[in-house]
Structure formats: C-alpha cells, structure tokens
Design a protein. Sequence first.
Length: 259
Amino acid sequence: MNTFAESKTNKIKSIKILPGRNKTGKSESHEVLLEMGKITAIVGPTGSGKSRLLEDIECLAQRDTPTRRKILVDGEEPSYDARFSCEGRLIAQLSQNMNYVMDLSVQEFLTMHAESKLADNVENLVETVFEKANNLAGEPFFKDTPVTQLSGGQSRALMIADTALLSQAPIILIDEIENAGVDKGKALELLIDNNKIVLIATHDPYLALCADQRMIIKNGGIEKIIKTTGNEQKKLIKLKELEETLNSLRNSLRRGDIL
C-alpha cells in the first residue's frame, strides 16, 4: 500500500523556515530544516505562537504574514501554484477539531477519497486505511458508521490513517494530537513509515521527546532549536512506560473496572 503513496506524492525532501520576527518585532535568530521521515515538535506556552507557525508553513509564507517568515521547499521559493492551487497540495493539516460536512459512511468516505486519487485496487486500500484507523482509535468503529457520528478520537484516528496512506501531501501538520484520544506512538509511526515531514504542536513531554528536534516558541517567535539528546531518549523509555500504564488505567475505567 505504501507504493501508492510514494508514487503519487509530491517528491519533497525538505522545507526550510527562514527567520522572521516575534510579536515585539524582534528578529528571530534561527532557521529550521524539516526533513522527510523526521518529526519536529513545536512547544511553548498557550498563546506563544505555535498555531501561527503552523499557519506560516501551511501557506508557505513568503514574508507576507505577520511574522515575516519565509518558507523554502527543497531550498527554493515555492511557485504560485504550489502556494495557492487547490490541486496537488503540499500540506495536510490535522487540527484539534475534525468536522465532516458530508453524511457518508466511513467506507463511502474512504472509497471516494481513494477513487479521487486514482488509486489502484481501491477496495484493498480502503480496507487497509480502515484497519489502521481502528488500530489508532480508543473505541472501534465500523465501515457503515456515518462519519458525522464518529467521536472526536475516532475522527482523528480516521484522518491520521487517511492522511498517511491516501494523501498526496508530503508535509503533515498536527495540532495537539495528545487531546485526540488516539494511540500517539502508533500514529507517529504510521506517518513516518509513509515518508512524511511531520510537525506536531504539543504540550506533551512524551510526544516532544519522540521528535527528532523541537522548536521552542516564545512571544510569537522561534526562541530555540533543540535536537533530542541521548539522555532524553533514555527518559523517553520511562515516559513510554508511564504512557502504557496510563493507557491501561484509561481502558480499565472505560470497561467499568475498579482501579
């Protein structure tokens, strides 16, 4: 199934964020390289400018947003079509809230998307995306479930699997996946396995340390770039154990068990 995504996707290897300015007008001092198959976390207090950075990347800003940042694609300025065309979008964004406007079943939704991408063997591809989505979701759902009746976590799980396996966009922006009710580790593995450039705005230390690097946002600007260290990777093992314990407790509560 990966062959479809790899053959159809835009062949983007990296994007670079050139410095802009923060909310006070002070110039940023860091440029950031985002590479295919790598995860970059965006961390900072609420209101610090994480969502603004995601928006700059989504529109491939060219010094024409409030931050005055500039985004390069494989080291070059993006074309007008790359920025504004509705076809062949470079970027898919998974926001905190997923709202469907068409009352289709999960199977109808996935089939329509696969057919629109001219995918081969649509039936098998839809089955794979459905299975991956259910593997991420806390509560299973069915192919005949209307997408408008999915819970927030189920909706996010469906869109993560859909984006990883069906979307042509090589760049994925995720806003606070920790609030989605999905298996965070599996979600990241699925996206990385399909050669995406992944950015995550997060407050979660587990997700932040899963990333290859993290951008620290303060007062609307990129304050610091931190590569994940060896000691942090050791701490990630402990965080993963804690995460598994918390997931086990959540599942027990959902079953009605006494803790």
